[in-house]
Write a protein of this length. Structure first.
Length: 392
């Protein structure tokens, strides 16, 4: 009798498993007309929704990708959910309301009762494109390993998922004890020597706070620091730099703590930003936004356009990649994005109309959803928009 009960329970578990897993936080969710509003629209989570039909072959190709996508976001399922709706069966009302162009339709919902600001995905329907789309709109970012390891982990369902927290930078307080250690480890540092009794130093301090916490808050290769002389009475560390007047602003490069450049320009925010940009090879305006053209690599653009003009695809793409790898002092994120574009549109001859589609998608996000995105994502999207805009 006990054997029969166990067998019965096992059978029931096997039969119910697909149903239970559909509502498990570690699986792909299945919504319908009855629960879509509560599960997606009124949810406290971000939702990526695929509305499909059984007869649609493009939908059938997309199903395994959505399953892998749901696995990728398992560890952040308290913030993000991946959802499917059968628009030809129990989700016909959902399809009538949200499908404009046909199946499959992929939509991002912000939840909390908001379905008016949903965003439709119009990019390449692969795992990377969909994952980036979700991360960009949600502000929840997954740390990736090297490409080969990532692909292996995704297919095995063992992808390690971690959230990147957008760390807030602060104006760094420097002392005789920590100066060499902190400045010596920074690729670029702007250090102000001042004192509490110096009125010009006090006038400058709010500007320094803005530089550190707003303008260059995302630039980890730049340190903004201050050294207050009267905090260390009796210590003449400042004499190392022949400080004769206050405030004195010094620019340190590549961790060299002995040979700084002395800044002698005006101390207005906009002028300081212009000079720091030139010194540290950054591209910010006084509000911390990226200036126009950031991310574009002119030499690579010219080579790509020449290939498009001559229709000399294939092997020419490899030459462009070689040139790209030779470039130094170029933003690595931009280089990586160029590699993807060259691989898709030069080497593998994908339809270049997709460039305009992707540009439109990114610009829509920047125009409508920038207030919802973290600053790192905004930078990344703006660079991509600049690069795509220079190529179409």
């Amino acid at each position: 009798m006990r054997f029969i009960n166990l067998l019965t329970l096992a059978s029931i578990s096997f039969i119910l498993h697909p149903v239970l897993s559909a509502y498990s936080p570690v699986s792909l969710l299945q919504a319908n007309d009855a629960n879509f509003k509560s599960l997606v629209v009124n949810s406290d989570k971000f939702s990526l929704v695929e509305i499909y039909a059984d007869w649609c072959r493009h939908c059938n190709k997309l199903h395994p990708i959505f399953e892998q996508l749901s696995d990728m976001f398992i560890d952040v399922s308290d913030q993000i959910q991946i959802v499917k709706v059968n628009g030809d069966k129990d989700g016909k009302k959902v399809a009538r309301k949200y499908v404009d162009k046909g199946f499959p339709t992929i939509l991002f919902f912000y939840g909390k009762g908001d379905d008016k600001n949903r965003v439709e995905f119009e990019g390449v329907r692969d795992l990377e494109g969909l994952s980036n789309f979700v991360q960009q709109l949600s502000g929840v970012r997954l740390i990736k390993g090297n490409k080969e390891k990532e692909e292996e982990e995704v297919t095995s369902g063992e992808l390690e998922k971690k959230i990147v927290i957008d760390q807030k930078k602060e104006l760094v307080r420097l002392s005789p004890d920590n100066f060499d250690d902190i400045v010596g480890k920074s690729p670029a540092s702007v250090v102000v020597f001042g004192a509490s009794w110096c009125s010009h130093c006090q006038d400058l301090k709010p500007t320094l706070e803005i530089l550190a916490t707003k303008v260059y808050a995302r630039d980890n290769n730049l340190l903004i620091g201050h050294y207050q002389l009267d905090e260390f009475e009796g210590n003449e560390f400042w004499k190392r730099y022949d400080v004769e007047s206050l405030p004195t602003i010094l620019f340190f490069k590549d961790g060299d703590v002995y040979n700084p450049l002395v800044y002698k320009g005006k101390r207005k925010l906009e002028i300081l930003v212009e000079n720091i940009n030139g010194f540290a090879k950054l591209n910010r305006d006084a509000e911390g936004k990226l200036i126009a053209g950031t991310g574009i690599i002119p030499e690579i653009n010219e080579m790509i356009k020449q290939v498009q003009k001559d229709s000399s695809f294939g092997s020419e793409g490899l030459k462009i990649l070689e040139k790209l790898d030779e470039l130094i002092d170029v933003d690595e994120e931009s280089k990586e994005y160029y590699r993807k574009l060259i691989d898709l549109f030069v080497i593998n001859k994908k339809n270049t109309n997709q460039l305009q589609i992707e540009l439109n998608r990114i610009q829509t996000i920047l125009n409508k959803d920038s207030n919802r995105l973290d600053t790192i994502t905004l930078d990344s999207l703006q660079k991509r928009s600049n690069i795509l805009g220079s190529l179409v």
